[in-house]
Design a protein around this ligand. Structure first.
Ligand code: AMP
Length: 129
């Protein structure tokens, strides 16, 4: 069965999209640790990040770097952190999280955003790309 992220890529379920290439896709995490929390994924559905072939892994890191630079411009923060977990969704993904304090890196700490706020955050990051 297709992962929830493959369904997002295929436009079968909605997301706040940031960017897309032939191989990669970035969108806002629906349960963000902090405003601007973004997920970067390969379109190829592979469960674990370190099981990606080397070219896809390197491409995902390059793509994530571009997105992180845009987040840093769009979202006031000390820096953008990169985390990989994958315990919830078995489709390799990189979390990019704007950090001001260690607390922002902790999963379980959630930020509530309205749909309008999510859209404004996505638009700001897109504009900074
Ligand atoms: P993990 O697999 O533990 O790295 O966590 C998966 C992440 O995906 C969590 O931070 C979720 O909030 C996020 N997530 C799950 N479903 C969606 C969705 N439909 N749209 C955006 N983010 C999602």
């Amino acid at each position: 069965m297709a992962s929830i992220f493959t369904k997002i890529i295929n436009d079968e379920i909605p997301c706040y999209k940031i960017a897309e290439t032939d191989e990669f896709f970035a969108f806002l995490d629906i349960n963000p640790n902090a405003k601007g929390h973004t997920l970067c994924i390969p379109k190829q559905e592979v469960d674990k990040l370190f099981d990606l072939d080397e070219a896809t892994y390197n491409g995902l890191m390059q793509f994530s770097r571009q997105i992180a630079k845009a987040i840093e411009i769009a979202i006031p923060c000390n820096r953008v952190g990169l985390t990989v977990i994958g315990l919830e969704v078995p489709h390799a993904h990189v979390h990019l999280i704007p950090l001001n304090a260690m607390e922002d890196a902790k999963f379980g700490k959630k930020e509530s955003l309205t749909p309008e706020e999510f859209q404004a955050v996505a638009d700001a990051i897109k504009a900074a790309l």
